[in-house]
Design a protein around this ligand. Sequence first.
Ligand code: ITT
Length: 181
Amino acid sequence: MIIVTSNRGKYREYKEIIGKHFNLKLMLMRYPEEQLDTIEKVAERSVYYLSGTINDDFFIDDSGLFIEALRGFPGVYSSYVNKTLGNEGILRLMEGTSNRKAEFRTCIAYYDGKLNLFTGKARGTISDAARGENGFGFDPIFIPVGQELTYAEMTLEKKNSLSHRYRAGKAFLKFLTKKAI
Ligand code: ITT
């Protein structure tokens, strides 16, 4: 089983979520991501693009941060926004905004000759300041619901016990386990 991603942070998390149960190999590469209106559509399109070039079962992970007060922004534009505005830019956009609600979403798209999608969500809030050194991307500014710490202040094990990626991964793992028997 191959994970195709340009993001080592994702791989680190999947090594725990999936790699403990199935043999997981990393194909570190960037692939074209079309700007469609949902992460599921983006993932689906990328899988069809990659399925022509990879001769093994593989999956990709398309994720995004959806901020309520910004009407779902950055959403499907998360990767671009993370590179351009960054966490400080998001915090600036949120200055003076009392509604800090946000949701992280992950869509795993697994290709085994057929396309299979697994989604996971985690609700939470945007912190007032960036906090923590762990993780990647928007982790320093996202506090999952019921927690005090940002993802970046948590250990990998803790983030992996409650994150959007863990939830999508759990559904994926169930599918893989069923398939293996
Ligand atoms: P791929 O090669 O796998 O596409 P990517 O980093 O471009 O890697 P996405 O498009 O799925 O991945 O992610 C959109 C942005 O959201 C990107 O900047 C990520 O760093 C960030 N992101 C995704 N999952 C995250 C998580 O669990 N915690 C914090 N940021 C995350």
